[in-house]
Write a protein that binds this ligand. Structure first.
Ligand code: HEM
Length: 230
């Protein structure tokens, strides 16, 4: 069928800035004549077959579809994945930075990892529970960001992680929000000059989406089977 509601995209992995959206074409409209009409509209002259492709690519390149689940466009997702590669090379360092920053702003978080008093950075690193959690968090963030091509899967995965925090005493879903600012702080520090205003906006939208999904998972009612269910 030529007509479909789903828009797919291809991209050339060697240059993530270049991606082409396959626009669904109605079965009643021949693609060539459609592109010729488009050329006529934009150029007011007849275009050759060779030019057709150029116009098609230029036009299609400007199309970026918003994913309403995570509020990122296809273009932003690719920019994010490309930028995130810089973080994956320094995952542990970025994670440590993020949590140390969070401890600075929200001292009470330390109690979840049995860190008492104003321990120095070196001491914090000796805490296995804390260090294991840094790794868990960074791997979760990595899976979420690199998996944004499959948002349904990412949502399910993050909600599961959010649910797992229910077992923690005195934990509240709003505590997840506290990761937002330290996340931006740590990403910015790791990326340095590569952290532009545009990337700031993309990372902020991304961490808000992640926090929202964690909180949703935390707030989902538990699926307890009572004897009456059978
Ligand atoms: C923001 C404040 C957070 C606090 C205070 C917190 C605290 C904790 C604690 C105390 C545990 C149990 C660790 C253990 O028993 O060794 C845990 C588990 C875990 N946390 Fe967090 N967490 C936070 C945020 C996050 C975030 C943002 C993520 C992911 C993006 C995350 C991912 C995980 C995972 C994957 C586990 C393991 C769950 C399991 O055992 O199934 N946490 N968290």
């Amino acid at each position: 069928m030529g007509c479909s509601n789903t828009k797919q995209f291809d991209y050339d992995d060697s240059n993530l800035d270049n991606y082409y959206v396959r626009v669904p074409v109605s079965p009643l409209v021949d693609k060539k004549s459609f592109m010729r009409q488009l050329g006529d509209l934009t150029n007011h002259r007849k275009v050759s077959e060779g030019e057709d492709r150029g116009i098609q690519r230029k036009w299609i390149r400007s199309v970026s579809i918003m994913d309403t689940r995570c509020l990122l466009t296809t273009r932003e997702k690719f920019q994010l994945m490309k930028s995130w590669k810089g973080i994956t090379r320094n995952l542990g360092h970025t994670g440590l930075n993020m949590f140390v920053r969070m401890f600075e702003i929200h001292e009470d978080i330390r109690t979840y990892f049995n860190i008492t008093g104003k321990k120095a950075f070196v001491d914090i690193r000796q805490n296995d529970k804390f260090m294991d959690h840094v790794i868990l968090v960074m791997h979760t963030l990595d899976e979420a960001i690199t998996g944004l091509g499959e948002v349904d899967y990412v949502q399910e995965m993050l909600r599961g992680v959010g649910r797992s925090h229910k077992q923690l005493q005195n934990f509240h879903f709003l505590i997840f929000e506290r990761i937002e600012e330290p996340f931006i702080f740590a990403v910015k520090e790791t990326l340095g000059d590569r952290f532009s205003a545009n990337m700031d906006n993309i990372y902020r939208k991304t961490i808000k989406f992640i926090v929202k999904e964690l909180a949703m998972g935390f707030n989902e009612p538990s699926l307890c089977r009572s004897s009456g269910d059978r």
